[in-house]
Design a protein around this ligand. Sequence first.
Ligand SMILES: [Zn+2]
Ligand SMILES: [Zn+2]
Length: 188
Amino acid sequence: MAAAWAGNFECTACGRKRLIGSEFSKAALERHRRDPTAPLRCVACVEAAAAVERQAAADKQRLATADDAAGAEHVCSACARSLPAAAFNRNQLSKGGEKQRCQTCVADAEQAAAADGAEKYAARLAAARQAMQRAEASGSAAEKVVAASAYSAIEAEKVTGLKPVVLGRGRARGRGGALRGRARAPSA
Ligand SMILES: [Zn+2]
Ligand SMILES: [Zn+2]
């Protein structure tokens, strides 16, 4: 456990720091030794990127086939452009005209949400690191263990936790504000 945050490497993709060598492939470490300024990605990030790439290739293939058959254009509800089916992810088209968004608009929204999520994550990680440093300086043995494992837990979250954060955020924003405003509009 303790070794998980005691290494010297940093993943340039997920931003986790103080990783041990076994978090990386031999080839990645070899490249890093030859060129310390080149990006170094942990095994989890390399695998995640490969999976995304495979999925994208498969999606593209499916869309190209579907598009050949259909040939129709669809209007994006976000940018209002009329675009061929290939410009949309299949799950977006299944939402229908009111909600479907083109790949560009979806990517933009995801990028904004991911940037926001990454920012909040960095703040939590920094707070946990400070708590750990405080515990290490003046805490009891139990406090040190608690602070260190809290920090490790947040650090581990990064690899798998981004998507749920993004989804939860979108849903939470839909409720509240607008509805409440209408309900309390002055009647006189
Ligand atoms: Zn990584
Ligand atoms: Zn669009």
